[in-house]
Every structure is written in structure tokens, then in C-alpha cells.
Design a protein around this ligand. Structure first.
Ligand code: ADP
Ligand code: ZN
Length: 230
């Protein structure tokens, strides 16, 4: 008898590397994994890594991202370190179900914070169908406010990995996204030119706005639409 016996050898050969929760899941059943954290924390890299491993295991994949996020490419997920994997652009979360091939075994979704409130229900349905659903997205916007469908998704997921970047100011682990341009729109799409990672101590939720427009420095209105971003 070997001293160490793996509890489950999942279809793609993963043992424990993707989190303890996965070792508790039965092969063949569906589940939801969420990868979250601030910008530059490696969410897309981690998503791409998991999807590549699934592809190596010859599992059938479908990968989606919101059409809004076309910073680098419309038909690919591209990390800040330029790792890439083909993806399909969608306008709303229900398009995942419309475009779903019944034979698909693994569904990847990037930049989930930009999708609508139906995303948790869509992911739950996919998991009920037996799919492994891997979702990456920002947990908070540039003010530190929970972002779009992410809080509910984090609550219903079987497994969550919250990762940090490196604070651009002090080098500490960073959980916040600092906006560097003066805008109160919730969504201002950009990368190094618009955002940097910051730790709690260095994060200035209203930083750029306050410096450029001191007369704008007042409580942010929660009016539902046109919220301010991430
Ligand atoms: P995310 O999807 O979370 O925005 P990506 O996977 O696209 O992150 O990019 C992660 C990569 O970004 C890192 O591997 C590193 O090469 C690069 N990077 C740039 N700035 C930082 C930072 N402040 N902290 C950590 N990684 C950074
Ligand atoms: Zn810092």
C-alpha cells in the first residue's frame, strides 16, 4: 500500500494544485471555480493556465469574455504578460448558454465583472449540467466597491482563489486597483496607462479625481447606472 493515496484523480489529471475544494469534488460532476483579485494579480494568467491544462487533457473547452474588454484582442484572452488563449466575445451572460456546445466539458469566462447580474445563474446552470466552470474577474472597482455580479458569484462558487498583485508604491501584496486618470465612470477600459495595483495603505479611492478636480471631491452617488469603475 502506498503511504499517500490521492483522493480523486480528476479528468484532467489535477490532484491538489488548484485548491483543496477540487479534491473533494467527484469527477463527472460540475462546479464553479472563481479566480479574483485586483488588476495585475494574474487572474487571466491563472485562468489561461487552468484552461491549457484542460486542453492538454483533451477536455472540450469553450472560453468567453465580454465584448467590452477588447484592450488587446477581440477573439482572445490576453494577460498583461501576453499569455493568450482564443475566446468568444459576448454582449451578455446568457449568450454563454446560447453559444454552448452540449459536448463542452469546461467553460472559461474572463473579466466577469463586466457581465450582468444573470451571470451567477448562468454559471450555476452550467455546473448543474456537469460542466467545470472557471470564472476570472475583479472583485472590486477602483473605489474598492464590490464589482457587478462578482459578490454573488463568489458566494455560490465551490472554490475561490483570491490573489494579490504587487503594490506599485511600496511593494507589499496589493488587493486594490488604483485608477490613475481623473474619471468617475465605473468602467474606463485600460491597462498600465490607467491603473496600477496598490495595497490597502497606498490605495486612494478618489486619488486621481481629487487631485485633478478638487471641486468634485464629494460623496459618490449610488444611482444604479453610470456608477463609478474598476
Ligand atoms: P490580471 O488578469 O489579474 O489583470 P494578468 O494575468 O493579465 O493579471 O497579468 C499578470 C502579470 O502582470 C504578472 O505576471 C506580471 O507579469 C504583470 N504585472 C504588471 N504589474 C504587476 C504588479 N504590480 N504586480 C504583479 N504583476 C504585475
Ligand atoms: Zn503599498
Amino acid at each position: 500500500m502506498p503511504l499517500y493515496q490521492p483522493r480523486h484523480n480528476l479528468a484532467d489529471g489535477t490532484l491538489c494544485s488548484e485548491g483543496d475544494a477540487m479534491t473533494l469534488l467527484r469527477p463527472g460532476s460540475g462546479w464553479i471555480e472563481v479566480i479574483t483579485g485586483p488588476m495585475f494579480s494574474g487572474k487571466s494568467e491563472e485562468l489561461i493556465r487552468r484552461l491549457r491544462r484542460a486542453a492538454i487533457a483533451r477536455l472540450r473547452l469553450q472560453v468567453f469574455k465580454p465584448a467590452l474588454d477588447d484592450r488587446y484582442a477581440k477573439k482572445e484572452i490576453v494577460s498583461h504578460s501576453r499569455w493568450r488563449i482564443p475566446s468568444v466575445a459576448i454582449e451578455g451572460s446568457e449568450e454563454v448558454l446560447e453559444k454552448l456546445d452540449p459536448r463542452t466539458e469546461v467553460v472559461g469566462i474572463d473579466e466577469a465583472q463586466f457581465l450582468d447580474e444573470k451571470l451567477p445563474g448562468v454559471c450555476s446552470h452550467l455546473a448543474d449540467l456537469g460542466k467545470r466552470v472557471i470564472v476570472a474577474g475583479l472583485d472590486m472597482d477602483y473605489r474598492g466597491v464590490p464589482f457587478g455580479p462578482m459578490p454573488e458569484l463568489l458566494a455560490i462558487a465551490e472554490q475561490v482563489q483570491k490573489i494579490t498583485a504587487i503594490c506599485a508604491r511600496c511593494g507589499a501584496p496589493a488587493s486594490y486597483t488604483q485608477r490613475l486618470v481623473p474619471s468617475r465612470e465605473r468602467v474606463v477600459v485600460g491597462a498600465e496607462d490607467v491603473y496600477e495595483a496598490r495595497c490597502r495603505r497606498c490605495h486612494e479611492p478618489e486619488g486621481a479625481v481629487a487631485v485633478e478636480n478638487p471641486w468634485l471631491f464629494e460623496p459618490v452617488e449610488e444611482n444604479g447606472e453610470g456608477d463609478a469603475l474598476g
